[in-house]
Design a protein around this ligand. Sequence first.
Ligand SMILES: *Cc1c(COP(=O)(O)O)cnc(C)c1O
Length: 224
Amino acid sequence: MAETLSGAQTALDYITSRIERARRRFGPPPERVQLVAVSKTFGADAIGPYLEAGQRVFGENRVQEAKEKWPTLRDRYPDVQLHLIGPLQTNKAREAVALFDVIETVDRDKLAGVLAQEMARAGRQLPCFVQVNIGAEPQKAGVPVAEAVSFVQRCRAEHGLIIEGLMCIPPEGQPAGPYFALLAELGRQAGVGSLSMGMSGDFERAIAMGATHVRVGTALFGQR
Ligand SMILES: *Cc1c(COP(=O)(O)O)cnc(C)c1O
C-alpha cells in the first residue's frame, strides 16, 4: 500500500500509463478512459496521498462506509467525484444521492423510481449506469442480459434518469473478454456512451473491448 505521496504518485503513474498504452493500442477514438480508483476498505489516511497526487475519481461500494470517510476528504478536495459501485438498497437511496456523484448500480425498477424521486427532492440529477448481470450469476446484482436494453429505455422514459452507461462485473475465474464484448454490444443497442468494466486484473482487456471507465482497487492501493 502506498502510504506516502511519492508511493501514491508512482502507483497512479504506473496504472495511468498502462491505461494509456492499452487505449492507444486498441482504443478506437481519442476518448479518454476514466480511472475510477476503488478505495473501499481503505481509510482516509490511505486515500489522502492519491488525492494529493491528483486522482479525483473514486469508487466505493458501501453507502455507510462512504459516509464515514468522504465528507471530510471532500471538504479538502471539493472537486472529487465519487462513484457508487456496490448494490444499493432503496432505503439508502437518499443518503446515496447526497454522498455520491455517479450511481453505477441501477438494476431494478423500484430502485430507479426511488432514485429519481430522491434526486428530484435533492435537486441533484446524478448520471447513472445500469448494472448488467453479465454472467447470469444468481448471487450477483444486475439486470439480466435479455432485459438490459428495455430497462435502460424504461429508466430514461419512465423514471427520467440520466443513463450514461452500462456497468458489469464478469464471473470470476473465466476469461472476461467475451463478457466485456457482450456489454459493449448491449451498450450499442441501448444507445449509451459509457461502459464501466475492467478491474485490477483485466482493465487493459476491458479497454480493448471499449471500456470508458475502469474500476481499479488492488493494483493501486494494494491488497485489501
Ligand atoms: C472492489 C471492486 C472493484 C475493484 O477490484 P480490484 O480487483 O481490487 O481492482 C471494482 N469493481 C467493483 C464493483 C468492486 O466491488
